[in-house]
Design a protein around this ligand. Structure first.
Ligand code: MG
Length: 392
């Protein structure tokens, strides 16, 4: 198969975004726009080398970003020019002489699909030049400076040009040379070809191939991207804990002090419910147990609120890109009655876990006076959680 070299035009300053760095560094679901764009091209077998044209002052940052996302092996970063046309010309000069096709794409169109890149490339291989475009849907108005409509524009033959724009390499080089000779400035590669009289075909693309130019575009792009993402990976975890009941200690459960003549004995506040929950979360993310992270022997955890430990456990999970989907917790205690405290506990636990309170279910059980809990020697707790993985 004839491979195409991709030129990713990421030279824009992105002034309309109101950000201090160019828009290609703005993040979509935690990943820079440019990275989404390059990943789409990397998934197309017909795309060989990728040349990223970045603003000169961001060339190093762009290179660092590509290596951070392990995309540097097939990508070259070059410094762009003042206009898009200058940047693409600089990119074009880097294309290997024997490469038959060039696919130029806006760095700020991160939602392009590998399938559409392939379709556009296939059309260019047949016709010499093809661009992604969508027919205009809305009624178009020509409007004067006074905001009054002058007339309605006939839209029958109107298409909105997008990228990629794929062209035979020799053709594009020839067209750029002619544009330079004539001092012609075009806003895309097709207009440069049109200027020289070369035919260019359109390939009907998708409205979702957004060009991110304004801050408003980011949430819309994120919503589109979310829909395309596979459902999250779920991990289950189980936790169990028991503590002894003694006199002279407060009874702390689910982050709340519960009025009772006995309290739980332990190095921390001995919040058995919260400990079971922490262990379930650690279990789900494959991170061992609470003793490993917060050892009894460490004085910094003496008397510490277990809710603080829970928040740290949630932080560990977040670092592994896991969030709590839901938790189901059972406390086994003969006394005191706990049900009336559950709504307040639910709120405290939900806040520490950064979830809605209804994601935390609390239940109480007795062992009908049997065993250590039945004899009120101690209280135990069981927790089961589901953790959802949301990769960036
Ligand atoms: Mg414990």
């Amino acid at each position: 198969m004839q491979k195409a070299t991709a030129i990713i035009a990421a030279g824009g300053a992105g002034l309309r975004m109101g950000t201090t760095t160019p828009k290609q560094f703005s993040e979509l679901l935690g990943v820079p726009l440019l990275i989404h764009t390059i990943r789409a091209f990397r998934q197309v077998p017909a795309i060989g080398a990728i040349i990223v044209v970045a603003p000169a002052e961001y060339r190093e940052l762009t290179s660092a970003l590509l290596s951070q996302y392990q995309l540097d092996d097939h990508c070259t970063v070059v410094s762009g020019g003042k206009l898009r046309q200058d940047s693409v010309r600089i990119g074009l000069a880097q294309v290997a002489g024997d490469c038959p096709l060039v696919a130029v794409h806006d760095g700020a169109r991160p939602l392009i699909t590998p399938k559409d890149i392939q379709r556009c490339r296939d059309a260019a291989a047949i016709h010499g030049a093809a661009i992604m475009a969508v027919p205009v849907k809305d009624t178009l108005k020509a409007v004067g400076a006074d905001t009054a409509i002058r007339h309605t524009v006939e839209r029958e033959s109107l298409w909105q040009a997008q990228t990629p724009q794929v062209v035979r390499t020799d053709l594009l080089k020839e067209a750029f040379a002619k544009a330079e000779q004539d001092d012609f400035i075009g806003t895309d590669e097709a207009s440069i070809l049109e200027h020289g009289g070369w035919p260019v075909m359109v390939v009907e693309g998708s409205e979702t191939n957004l060009k991110i130019t304004r801050p408003d575009d980011l949430p819309m792009a994120e919503a589109i991207l979310m829909q395309k993402q596979p459902s999250p990976q779920m991990r289950i975890g189980h936790g169990f804990d028991a503590h002894r009941l003694v006199a002279g200690r407060p009874l702390v459960l689910g982050g709340m002090k519960i009025p009772h003549e006995l309290g739980l004995l332990g190095h921390s506040d001995a919040d058995v419910l919260t400990h079971a929950l922490c262990d379930a979360i650690l279990g789900a993310i494959g991170a061992g147990d609470i003793g490993r992270h917060f050892p009894d022997s460490d004085p910094q955890y003496k008397g510490i609120s277990s809710i603080k430990l829970l928040a740290q456990v949630i932080g560990l999970a977040a670092a592994k890109q896991f969030r709590l989907a839901n938790a189901d917790i059972t406390v086994v205690a003969e006394r005191p009655k706990l049900a009336s405290h559950f709504p307040a506990m639910q709120k405290i636990l939900a806040e520490a876990c950064q979830v809605e309170p209804n994601a935390i279910n609390l239940k109480a059980s007795t062992t009908e006076k049997m065993g250590y809990t039945g004899r009120e020697e101690g209280i135990s707790a069981h927790a089961v959680v589901l953790m959802a993985n949301q990769p960036h």
